[in-house]
Design a protein around this ligand. Structure first.
Ligand SMILES: N[C@@H](CCC(=O)N[C@@H](CS)C(=O)NCC(=O)O)C(=O)O
Length: 210
């Protein structure tokens, strides 16, 4: 199997961390692809052009983070799976909350990468407000014991904070959020986290992007 990713993508990082957490490194080859690039090696497999994308041995390509995690999970015993099952509704809610936060931060970051005259102050202020609101909720969640299991919600949260730390420094996500900061700092010791740290910087304004 081949997992296409871009080093700066917080979504693809969740899938990359999952490969390591599930011990699938021998079965899944992780390959870098350019984004927003008409010549990207990704496009013949995924015309949407987004990562993560998991190409199965029969050529079927699974795209988007949650379907990719579902496929990876299916390769291991049920008790080792990362996606929270419906009998863990709080964990499922936590995972969804983080993905929603990630979508908002991605929009905010994309806006900041535009040339100044193309940026929308309205979008930026909406997304900045959303990010603060959700991060405050996540701080309360973590402080009250959520995200303790090393599941997909945990990996997504670490990826979200790591993205802000390295590539979206416009957001002072640590400020006033000690529980979130502590969870993130402690997570750095995990091989799946340490081996997938995104490069610093916002990425280029012009394609191809990573
Ligand atoms: N909803 C998607 C989001 C994936 C996504 O937006 N990936 C970005 C990188 S962070 C991408 O591939 N962007 C390329 C593009 O927009 O053309 C998921 O859950 O995986």
């Amino acid at each position: 199997m081949r997992l296409f990713h871009a080093p700066g993508s917080p979504y693809a990082r969740i899938a990359r961390m999952a490969v390591i957490e599930l011990g699938l490194q021998d079965r899944v080859a992780v390959e870098e692809a350019t984004l927003r690039d008409p010549f990207s090696i990704l496009l013949p497999f995924n015309p949407v052009g987004r990562v993560p994308a998991l190409v199965l041995d029969d050529g079927t390509t699974i795209t988007e983070t949650t379907p990719v995690l579902t496929m990876l999970d299916s390769l291991v015993e049920p008790e080792r799976r990362l996606l929270p099952a419906p009998d863990r509704p709080r964990a499922l809610a936590a995972y969804g909350r983080v993905l929603g936060a990630m979508d908002g931060i991605a929009v905010w970051n994309r806006e900041l990468r535009r040339p100044p005259h193309e940026r929308s102050p309205g979008v930026i202020s909406l997304e900045a407000l959303r990010a603060v609101r959700v991060a405050d909720a996540l701080e309360r969640d973590v402080a009250s014991g959520a995200f303790a299991a090393k599941d997909a919600a945990f990996l997504a949260l670490v990826s979200l904070c790591g993205y802000c730390e390295q590539r979206h420094t416009a957001f002072a996500w640590r400020q006033g959020r000690p529980a979130l900061s502590e969870l993130f700092d402690a997570a750095q010791a995990r091989p799946s986290v340490a081996q997938t740290v995104p490069p610093a910087g916002m990425g280029g304004a012009a394609p191809p992007m990573r």
